[in-house]
Every structure is written in C-alpha cells, then in structure tokens.
Design a protein around this ligand. Structure first.
Ligand code: C5P
Length: 227
C-alpha cells in the first residue's frame, strides 16, 4: 500500500459562525465524496465537559489545557465516547456550547488540540468544520469556505432544532445566546473567527442545505484535482 504525503491529502475547510449549518453541510459533503469528517467544535465541547467532570475550574487555563491534552475519546458515526461514557447528548446543550466557547478562547487549550485535529487528515481526504480550520489548522487546505447566514436565520434554525428534540426554546433567547458566542469567537486574541481572502463565501440565509451542499461539491470539483 502506498501512503500519500499528508500535505497532498485534500482538505475542505468550512468555517463559520454558530448555527450557520456548516456541520450539516460538511457532513453531507464528506459522505458524498467518501472523505473523513472532523467536527472540531466537538473537541472544545468535550474539553469543557471533561474539565467539569474532573472538577476543574473553567477559568484555570493551565488545568483546562492539561485536560485537553489528555482527552480519552472514541468517535463513532453517531456518537462520541469520553472516558467510556457516551456523551453525545451532553455536549450539545446550550451550556455546553457556552462552556466550549469559553475554553476555546485560551491559547494553550487551542494548541493542546492542534495535532489531534491535524491527525484527521487521512486519505482519501477530509472535510472539517469550525472557526479556524482554514486559518490555523489546515492553512494549506485545497478548498476554504466561509459559511454564514443572518443571525435571524441561524436563530430560527437553532430554535427549530431544539424544539424537534423536545426542548423548549424562545427565539429571543436563542438570538441572545448566538450573539454572545459569535462575539466571543470573533473578538478573541487567538484564532478569531474571520473570513480569509482566499475563502469562498457561502451565505445560506436564502438557500436550502441541498443547494449549499451542491455549491460546495461544485467548488470541490474545480479545486481538487483528484475529484
Ligand atoms: O462549532 P461548535 O458550535 O460546535 O463550536 C463550539 C465552540 O467551540 C464555538 O463557539 C467556538 O468557541 C469553539 N470552536 C473554536 N474553534 C473551532 C471550533 C469550535 O474555537 N475550530
């Protein structure tokens, strides 16, 4: 078996704000191409959850970074296991989202997770989503996309998702929570969320997930030679 040099393994990096739909689009593109998928936000969510389970104060950067370095994880298609426990639901709550965004602002936590993310670059290719996939983790990604939508559209989608899962959700509260997280993610010192000059802009306010997936696949065929 021949192994490709890692830098030649194609990466599609999809960054964007909270609830823009990047996770859904990234997963569907990965399935369509037969590529691997990395949900980088899950690593920050898992770090915050693991820290809380170990009684670590989320303000203690060094101890949270230590937790990030020693995360004991197993990923499956539909679940994630932390220290032998299925925590798939626990990492998706609103407080888990806010805690993830808090620990993600610490530089040492981010560097503790860098190599773990790069290890997902495995043939035949990777689709990843997050905030700094194109700027920091895979700056040589063959295709970079900044996927966004208006705050109203994002809040509406998130509210519907929460309701479908049987949770109560008030649109005005969801808008407030999205804004808090967007602001923290965009204004932090390290790896702030931003659109790079060489990233394609994909605004999904007015288009369906199907159209967004189609657009990404079109760009992928234009930019990735092996497709
Ligand atoms: O994408 P998701 O909403 O799951 O991310 C949770 C939090 O993790 C984000 O609000 C952000 O603060 C952080 N994050 C990050 N860098 C990434 C992915 C997520 O800082 N690449």
């Amino acid at each position: 078996m021949t192994t490709l040099p890692t830098a030649t393994i194609p990466v599609i990096a999809i960054d964007g704000p909270t609830a823009s739909g990047k996770g859904t689009v990234a997963q569907r593109v990965a399935t369509a191409l037969g590529f691997h998928y990395l949900d980088s936000g899950a690593l920050y969510r898992l770090t915050a959850l693991a820290a809380l389970k170990q009684g670590v104060d989320l303000n203690d950067e060094n101890r949270v970074a230590e937790v990030a370095r020693s995360l004991n994880l197993q990923f499956f298609a539909d679940k994630v296991i932390l220290d032998g426990e299925d925590v798939s639901e626990q990492i998706r709550t609103e407080s888990a989202s806010q805690n993830a965004s808090r620990v993600a602002a610490f530089p040492t936590v981010r560097s503790a997770l860098t190599e773990r993310q790069r290890a997902f670059r495995v043939a035949p290719g990777l689709v990843c989503d997050g905030r700094d996939m194109a700027s920091v983790i895979f700056p040589d990604a063959q295709l970079k996309i900044f996927l966004t939508a208006s705050v109203e559209a994002r809040a509406e989608r998130r509210t519907n998702q929460l309701k479908q899962k049987g949770n109560s959700a008030i649109l005005a509260d969801v808008v407030k929570e999205l804004r808090t997280r967007d602001e923290r993610d965009s204004n932090r010192q390290v790896a702030p969320l931003r659109k790079l000059d060489d990233a394609y802009l994909l605004d999904t306010t007015e288009i369906s997930a199907d159209s967004a997936v189609e657009q990404v696949l079109d760009w992928a065929k234009d930019t990735i030679q092996s497709l």
